[in-house]
Design a protein around this ligand. Structure first.
Ligand SMILES: NC(=O)c1ccc[n+]([C@@H]2O[C@H](COP(=O)([O-])OP(=O)(O)OC[C@H]3O[C@@H](n4cnc5c(N)ncnc54)[C@H](OP(=O)(O)O)[C@@H]3O)[C@@H](O)[C@H]2O)c1
Length: 261
């Protein structure tokens, strides 16, 4: 009975034999997703800038018996993205799954939002996922299987806590998933965005300094709590797996009901 159940579940969700690249896989949501995909069977390459955090994340994945490697690269420039793409294929070959979780949120008030913050935000949050899609999407389509997963934000849909350039970049990402889905879904490549609520990670450490604000955000959910990085494990495995082959071009909210409350 157990064997029948596990082979059924493996057919739906196993990532055995797949290769994944997870940008931002050294911290927060990206790190939790990297671990989830690796534990579901994928060989995982994590990409970010800080080497100590990357090595720590890879050690964690390997401690679970997973295949993992890291590439240090700055996705804030086109050259950095090209270097990341070159390095990412070295350990395990061309990826079947690319998760773009690397992101920055600089939050200056709109009237102080200059070109530098705008450009830096667009480069990491939007240009890098686009460039990685252009690099890896066509190969996935040729091979007949691929998964492009973007981490968007509530601020793609509504403005709050100084959405500025960040909200614009995330709205672009939701549209990018649709464009990629339109291009490649007929050849087995799906593209989707996951939409978090407020998740307790280093990204919003500054907001977390204000306990009243954190409570207020938790109260805006239906579950009564803010998100944690591990909340994204199941959705990421689903979107990476054969089970989601008919789900494409979507923005899937993993937010405890934040968006519908
Ligand atoms: N936390 C939330 O409430 C929340 C809500 C909505 C959406 N999100 C989105 O979820 C994603 C993950 O965020 P998180 O909360 O998990 O944040 P996090 O813990 O700060 O992780 C961000 C990751 O991105 C990497 N990164 C940042 N800039 C980079 C660059 N220029 N080049 C390469 N890697 C870079 C970081 O590593 P290095 O700094 O070492 O490069 C780190 O691994 C982001 O796209 C974020 O916008 C988060």
């Amino acid at each position: 009975m157990i064997d029948r159940t596990s082979s059924y579940l493996a057919g739906l969700f196993s990532l055995e034999g797949r290769t994944a690249v997870v940008t931002g896989g050294s911290s927060g949501i990206g790190r939790a997703i990297a671990l989830a995909l690796a534990r579901a069977g994928a060989s995982v390459v994590v990409v970010a800038r800080r080497e100590r955090e990357l090595a720590d994340a890879v050690a964690d994945l390997r401690s679970h018996g997973c295949r993992a490697a890291w590439v240090g690269a700055d996705l804030g420039s086109r050259q950095g993205v090209a270097e990341a793409a070159r390095g990412a294929v070295e350990p395990f070959g061309e990826p079947d799954i690319v998760v773009s979780a690397a992101g920055i949120n600089l939050r200056p008030p709109m009237q102080e939002l200059g070109e530098e913050v705008w450009d830096a935000t667009m480069a990491v949050n939007l240009d890098a996922p686009f460039l990685l899609g252009q690099r890896f999407g066509p190969g996935m389509a040729e091979r007949g299987f691929g998964r492009l997963i973007h981490i968007a934000s509530q601020q793609a849909f509504r403005a709050f806590v100084t959405s500025g350039a960040y909200g614009v970049s995330k709205a672009g990402l939701v549209a990018l998933a649709r464009s990629q889905a339109e291009a490649w879904s007929a050849r087995g490549v799906t593209a989707n965005a996951l939409v978090p609520g407020f998740v307790l990670t280093p990204l919003n450490a500054r907001l977390q300094d204000d306990p009243a604000r954190v409570e207020e955000l938790a109260a805006r959910t239906m579950t009564g709590r803010n998100g944690v990085a591990e909340d994204f494990a199941g959705a990421a495995v689903f979107l990476s797996s054969p089970a989601s082959s008919y789900v494409t071009g979507q923005a899937i909210f993993v937010d405890g009901g934040f968006s519908v409350h």
